[in-house]
Design a protein around this ligand. Sequence first.
Ligand SMILES: [Zn+2]
Length: 310
Amino acid sequence: MSNRNKKLAIFKRFADNFKIVAANPYYNWEAPLPEIAYLCPICFNFFNKCSSNQEGQNYLTFEHLPPKKLGGKPDILTCRNCNGLHSLNDRELSREVKLLSFLRNDVGSKLRDIDIQAGDKRFRTTIEKEADSKLKFTLKNQTELLQLVELINNEKDFKFGGDKADPRSVQLAILKSAYLLAFKKFGYGYILHSSFNPIREQLLNPNTEVLPSLGVLFGNNSKGIFVVTNPIHARSLYINFELKISSGSFFAGALIPTPSTNVIDFYQQIKPMTEGKSQITLINIHNQKYLSDKHSVFYHFDLKQYFKDS
Ligand SMILES: [Zn+2]
């Protein structure tokens, strides 16, 4: 499928979903609604077509979930402005994954722009992990390489330096992908609820602390959307996804509450879980036609159906 047709197909899928959701009396729209509408899931601006109209105007763009560099697919559309807001965070997430892969000794994992301090000399290098935990150093030129070899032979002390990825940026990138993956699965029936405003406000203002925590958890290796049944204060949806680079892959995910929850209280209560090791119990989410069936567009509002036995 060409990019244009793919974009059109996504546009139509969600514009149709919006029509079903908007027709439900649950939402009381004050302003008359456009006939065809795709709302950017982050800023809620309306778009009535998926291409750009004029120079300088905001328009819909492919959003890769997770970021493209980490194996993401262009599954939904966000507006150009919102898409650009998180490019820095996505880059930090990509850096973090590369570092984790390197620390795990994945063959082929690489760290670029690492400074080696040896004696009073400093070298900028790329370090690659080879089989049997061997390290391959790539330097700028042969002179530097020979200098480094000489320092190694003289058994000088070495120090390695490189910037660590910014932890908050990493978490913001994960929360954004999780929120948008929830949108991809559940559509507007899920995200249009006003209780999600703080999440969107956080995504629109990445440099401001709107949410008390970002709900990010690592270390669960199942991919998909789950219902968290325990602990009780963390009952929510858990959106977990794979971050792939050429040397290996990792999983990351974020907790997103259901629409009837007080979002700020929720992220406050789960804050300790996201800072340390946490145990959560997950169950699979029911399979429904969340986007296209008018009886299912609000189905996930009530998670009680999942907690009958607990
Ligand atoms: Zn937007």
